[in-house]
Design a protein around this ligand. Sequence first.
Ligand SMILES: O=C(O)CCC(=O)C(=O)O
Length: 261
Amino acid sequence: MNYREQYLEQGFLSPVEILDADEAAHHRRQLELAETRIGNMHYLSKVHTIHTSPAQLARHPKVLDLVEQMIGPDILVYNVTYIIKEGHSASHVTWHQDLTYWGLDSDDQISLWLALSDASADSGCMSVIPGSHKQGPCEHILGEADDDNVLFRSQRVADVDESQAVCCELKPGQASFHHGWLLHNSTPNQTADRRIGLNIQFVATHVRQTKLDGYTAWLVRGEDRFGHYQAEKAATVDLDPGALEWRLEAEQMYRRIVAND
Ligand SMILES: O=C(O)CCC(=O)C(=O)O
């Protein structure tokens, strides 16, 4: 099976080699250098607008060649966020499907999860239920407020058959790709090192955001013949004060989308 057939059948690809170990270490250093200036960058949305390292990774040719095979040649970056579990932390992600709360009118989208540190069963790598994307939307239950759940609303799908789960273990520089209807979760990090993933969400240019007007996205390949999004600027310098301010507004927009049914 080629990557496209595998993706259509299973709803995910893992592991896929994107960076070598030195390149992955370089991007981790860039993140951690930025954190010495602005604090922990876990789950900040649209980090490609404030920092050049995630912006470079979001338009990495190997990544875009694969994304193109899955969603076509006209590609927008919709969001880029680090998902960081500190060493020995309770941080976890309940079973969910991304598309239930994104407000998109199509599933021509794909998410990349690029490891910048070891993502193992012990450090809380992502687990997925192969083929579950074919079921479409599953009912989600909103959970009690839980600071340890990375998901803003602690939403979860009940009764997932965990015996079917596949653990996507990744070395730094390897990535997984997943479909927005794929059931996935992750458990706490029981190791001393931080577990760092860079999550990059891509959509085809025809895909609309239905919950909010004026949302922004970044065209990284092809042509946008639809104009559903305001054009976004990727960072060309690190931590520009104007970009940092703009990102705070974008964060509010993103939270309005995920908080609103
Ligand atoms: O980083 C994790 O543990 C979960 C990732 C996830 O839910 C996602 O990438 O959609």
